[in-house]
Design a protein around this ligand. Structure first.
Ligand SMILES: [Zn+2]
Length: 306
């Protein structure tokens, strides 16, 4: 009855619309004509088919990348890459004012990208920009993240500009003068003296991480040199060494420090700035980590059989 009255009486209809418009403007009636905010998705019902479950997300993650770590089932899920120096600590500086801290960040970013693509594991950087991070803090980041491996990236320096080459270190007492010199160079930002580091190091020598780190250093060094040589880059192989690096001291996982090249050598400095060299170096490190994982698997299998 009322409806037919409204339909037949245009004045009453107009009054009703005006009343509705007034109620909407003061917020008493819902605004029936407003579009949803741009950042709010239209409210569509989430059905079982569209709702992402933890299982489907896991499956997607498993199939999206050919994860070597997963294939080997070694549980290497997280790697921490440490770009040496940063902020007020420039590290070594070349005669062209190229700072080690900038080179290490470029290499670390490229290595993160390569490792994530190749191994399908997550990679954390101890710094992502030009900022100072204390040496203790770097390993603390790796320990807190429960990382499986810790890789510290550096560039070497020497007063003799003719010295060049790549070398990989694991933590231990230095066995030669040159290793002790490099450790002193890299430990410069630390407030701890070598005598303070010594008891910490002695304790660490008793754990297996020293041997695992040495094995990782061997594979990384071998693969870096092999990759660069294969690409026609005749780098000097300075081999695998051991020294008491403060930055490796607190790491609860296998850890190595790579001196990628001498920033104080003209040819090495060019290499460090060359994108192709950076890519080949990063591929070499990744291949080294893969080789290490396979070596661990072989040892584990042999252990199962015996
Ligand atoms: Zn350094």
């Amino acid at each position: 009855m009322r409806a037919s009255y409204l339909q037949t009486n245009p004045l009453s209809r107009r009054l009703l619309y005006l009343l509705l418009a007034f109620l909407m403007s003061v917020g008493i009636a819902p605004n029936l004509f407003a579009a949803p905010p741009a950042n709010q998705a239209p409210a569509t019902p989430v059905t079982a088919a569209t709702k992402p479950t933890a299982k489907s997300q896991e499956l997607r993650a498993n199939t999206s990348l050919p994860s070597l770590a997963r294939q080997l089932a070694l549980g290497v899920n997280r790697i921490v890459i440490d770009p040496g120096h940063g902020g007020k600590d420039w590290g070594a500086i070349s005669c062209h004012h190229v700072a080690e801290k900038d080179i290490t960040l470029i290499l670390a970013r490229a290595l993160k990208e390569n490792l994530e693509a190749k191994l399908g594991c997550s990679v954390i950087l101890t710094r992502t920009r030009d900022q100072f991070v204390a040496l203790d803090e770097r390993t603390r980041i790796a320990n807190a993240a429960k990382a499986d491996l810790f890789i510290s990236i550096h560039a070497n320096a020497h007063v003799d500009p003719s010295l060049s080459g790549v070398e990989t270190y694991s933590l231990n007492f230095a066995k030669d003068q040159e290793s002790a010199r490099v450790a002193a160079l890299e430990n410069a930002p630390s407030h701890k003296t070598l005598s303070e580091l010594k008891p910490l190091l002695q304790k660490l020598v008793l754990t297996t991480k020293i041997n695992e780190s040495a094995a990782l250093a061997r594979q990384v060094q071998r693969n870096i040199v092999a990759k660069l040589m294969a690409k026609g880059d005749k780098v000097r192989d300075l081999g695998v060494k051991q020294a008491p690096f403060h930055v490796l001291l607190g790491a609860e996982m296998p850890s190595v420090l790579i001196e990628t090249a001498f920033i104080t050598n003209a040819k090495d400095e060019c290499r460090l700035n060359d994108r192709q060299f950076q890519q080949n170096l990063v591929k070499g490190i990744t291949a080294g980590i893969e080789s290490y994982l396979m070596e661990v698997k072989r040892v584990a299998k042999a252990g199962e059989r015996s």
